[in-house]
Write a protein that binds this ligand. Structure first.
Ligand SMILES: Nc1ncnc2c1ncn2[C@@H]1O[C@H](COP(=O)(O)OP(=O)(O)OP(=O)(O)O)[C@@H](O)[C@H]1O
Ligand SMILES: [Mg+2]
Length: 344
């Protein structure tokens, strides 16, 4: 383990309710760990406590076995990259990277070599003498990355570093970050509320809600094997449809598992189609299940709004959750009460 968080608690000054309480997390050396969760769940708070930019109210943090809970940020040898790439507007690209190395004991030659290497790694070679206002948003973000990399930190901490970029550039930078991670092999701890970023980049995902860890797992498991109703509904495009059963347990299924074909074994119900949206690869239909609520279906076939359908889910596509909304063994389904939405 590279970083161990033990029983972490955080109460901001002036408020009495903790935003994080009793949180335990072990971050693996060499992993690309993504902290994922809805706005306000405590991702930035957690990352800033790891960086030392925010104090810890209770519990401890260790880095390579050493207790760093109260260590100054500058002594932790962790590099932080922010959403709004904090680079100096009055310095050239090279100047920005060099500035980050100011306090490091290096000969001029060592420094030049290091700068050359990180410029190559981040694809900035040839841009040495440009000023930040002569760069695109993506290039500026690369300068911020280059400056972070130049210090050879034990881990990179990144807080939504791509959220200020437009969709196309974000996809491109995502791919570049993966390549960078593959080349460097350094631990990345990456905060986002964007599940696509999490699923595509992470080796490990920490799904958070209200300052608590809901699941810590591989992207594949978080997607296909959700530990509870919250994760099942938070992850996916869109998340699972979930019914509360008449004995207050829960069953869920992916919107793509819904079918208009009769199934030999499974659950079936009548539903009225409200809307059909074309999404390119397939369609998203929103149905009203009379007296139970609305749910969505994804299908390649276009369906006509205003009509009534009988929808089914094959038994093998059902997920089962107990009364506490945690995943459990299959149980006999007594009846369907209402469509359920975990509060995000
Ligand atoms: N300096 C502060 N003082 C008081 N409360 C704060 C402070 N910073 C954050 N909070 C509160 O702590 C909670 C967690 O905030 P945090 O910024 O960690 O969330 P987040 O998961 O990063 O959200 P987002 O996705 O919107 O960035 C929120 O309820 C927020 O209002
Ligand atoms: Mg945040």
């Amino acid at each position: 383990m590279l970083i161990n968080l033990s029983n972490i608690k955080k109460v901001y000054p002036g408020s009495k309710d903790p935003v994080i309480e009793g949180l335990n997390l072990a971050i693996k050396e060499g992993s690309f760990t993504v902290l994922l969760g809805p706005s306000g769940c405590g991702k930035t708070t957690l990352l800033r406590m790891i960086a030392g930019l925010e104090s810890v109210t209770g519990g401890s943090i260790s880095l390579e076995g050493e207790n760093i809970t109260n260590m100054e940020p500058g002594d932790r040898n962790l590099a932080m990259v922010f959403q709004n790439y904090a680079i100096y507007p009055h310095m050239t690209v090279k100047g920005n990277i060099e500035f980050g190395l100011k306090n490091y004991q290096m000969t001029k030659q060592q420094r030049e070599e290091r700068i050359k290497l990180v410029m190559e790694l981040t694809g900035l070679t040839g841009f040495e003498n440009r000023m930040p206002n002569q760069l695109s948003g993506g290039q500026r973000q690369r300068v911020a990355l280059a400056r972070a990399i130049s210090k050879s930190p034990k881990a990179f901490l990144m807080d939504e570093p791509l959220s200020n970029l437009d969709a196309k550039l974000r996809n491109q930078m995502r791919s570049e970050l993966i390549q960078l991670y593959n080349k460097m092999g350094t631990t990345f701890i990456y905060v986002t509320h964007d599940q696509t970023e999490a699923l595509t980049m992470a080796t490990d995902i920490v799904v958070m809600k209200d300052g608590k860890i809901m699941q810590y797992d591989t992207p594949e498991n978080v997607y296909s094997n959700p530990a509870n109703v919250f994760v099942a509904q938070f992850i996916g495009d869109p998340g699972m449809d979930v019914f509360q059963t008449t004995d207050d347990q829960f069953i869920g299924f992916k919107p793509r598992a819904l079918t208009t074909e009769p199934v030999a074994e499974g659950v079936s119900f009548d539903a009225n189609l409200l809307t059909t949206e074309y999404l390119g690869y397939d369609y998203q239909m929103t149905f009203e299940v009379p007296g139970k609520g609305t749910l969505v279906m994804r299908n390649k076939k276009k369906m006509t709004s205003g009509e009534a359908y009988r929808l089914s889910v094959p038994l093998e596509d059902l997920y089962y959750f107990d009364r506490d909304q945690n995943r459990c063994e299959p149980f006999p389904i007594t009846g369907l009460k209402e469509v359920f939405h975990a509060d995000k």
